[in-house]
Ligand binder design. Structure first.
Ligand SMILES: [Ca+2]
Ligand SMILES: [Ca+2]
Length: 332
């Protein structure tokens, strides 16, 4: 069951499904030890993958336990849409023990169980979290595979989109990214793309903060480490815009201009892009004007005022490590 957005535990797709997906759901209530023995005995590549990605969670994550907050029953075409559950994220278990692609601290029992009745297959199923904190999602889907996401949604919150969702049970954990603390969060289920913003939103607080810089500032460049990407297709802003960005700005520069140019650029190991909303409210975009595939925007006679900056991932909605540079001299 492909998820177009979010990090997928690929090993589970091959190993986990082969190991567990062929068994009736109830048979997965076996102890973790018996599953591990079974997997090792297979001694196949698929079996090893399942150990690395799918079998270990059985030791910590109890998919058959009663959910802490709610069992939700929804059929395709449900109303109202979105359906929301208020809860607290977090728990004592590091989700990275499930898979290297999973993040955050989660509880043992699922937070929410969704029992979903599939329809004609035209509607996606979108599971996302809204919170002031940095939250994560861990989902065990009806096919037995584990799916994890950290930051694909708004701000630092996760979003998963199942393009052709299976009917059945989805066990869902909402994690707190940084530690075992409990944070107020709202989990939502939707089948409507309108719950995903189509445009970047300058009214939102920047995810990685802001800075005030006056012409001649030091040190130059001013750099910020951040994560590129998000669920918004930047080409919605115009033909010159590329990549996938978050709704909220990544960074805000309040600039007091002088006679020097202002150069906003970004560097990453992957192909990244830039989207800037300038002090006049115009959208300015770049893909590859810097070194290699790095984006670089040069404002020759820069206006004073607020520059909202997004760093996009060129190819998809994934979040990648990137460095944003603000300079009057230098471009990445
Ligand atoms: Ca997150
Ligand atoms: Ca690029």
């Amino acid at each position: 069951m492909p998820a177009a957005y979010g990090d997928i535990c690929d090993a589970a797709k091959t190993g986990g499904v082969a190991l567990w997906g062929s068994s009736p759901r109830g048979s997965r209530d076996r102890s973790a030890m018996s599953i591990e023995k079974h997997t090792l005995a297979q001694s196949s590549i698929a079996g090893i993958a399942a150990l690395a990605c799918a079998a270990s969670p059985a030791a910590a994550q109890d998919i058959s336990a009663d959910p802490t907050y709610e069992t939700v029953r929804l059929s395709a075409g449900f109303t109202p849409d979105p359906y929301t559950v208020d809860l607290s994220s977090g728990g004592s278990i590091d989700a990275e023990t499930l898979s290297g692609q999973c993040r955050g601290y989660i509880a043992n029992s699922p937070d929410v169980r969704l029992i979903y009745e599939e329809g004609s297959g035209v509607l996606p199923l979108i599971i996302k979290v809204e919170s002031d904190a940095d939250t994560t999602l861990v989902v065990n889907a009806p096919n037995g595979s584990w799916y994890c996401d950290d930051d694909t949604g708004d701000r630092l919150n996760p979003l998963m989109r199942f393009e052709d969702p299976d009917g059945g049970r989805y066990e869902i954990w909402v994690g707190t990214y940084s530690d075992s603390s409990l944070q107020d969060a709202t989990l939502s289920f939707s089948e409507l793309d309108s719950t995903i913003s189509s445009y970047p939103d300058t009214s939102l607080d920047p995810t990685y903060g802001s800075v005030s810089l006056a012409s001649g500032f030091t040190p130059d460049p001013h750099t910020v480490k951040l994560r590129s990407g998000g669920s918004v297709d930047a080409s919605n802003l115009g033909d010159s815009c590329r990549g996938y960005v978050a709704s909220a700005p990544d960074y805000r520069v309040n600039y007091d201009g002088g006679s020097l140019p202002l150069i906003i650029s970004a560097n990453a190991d992957v192909d990244v892009t830039l989207v800037v909303n300038d002090p006049n409210g115009n959208w300015v975009c770049d893909d590859d004007s810097g070194e290699g595939l790095n984006p670089s925007l040069r404002f020759e006679k820069p206006l004073s005022g607020q520059y909202d900056v997004w760093v996009g991932t060129y190819s998809d909605t994934s979040n990648e490590n990137a460095t944003l540079s603000v300079s009057e001299l230098y471009s990445e």
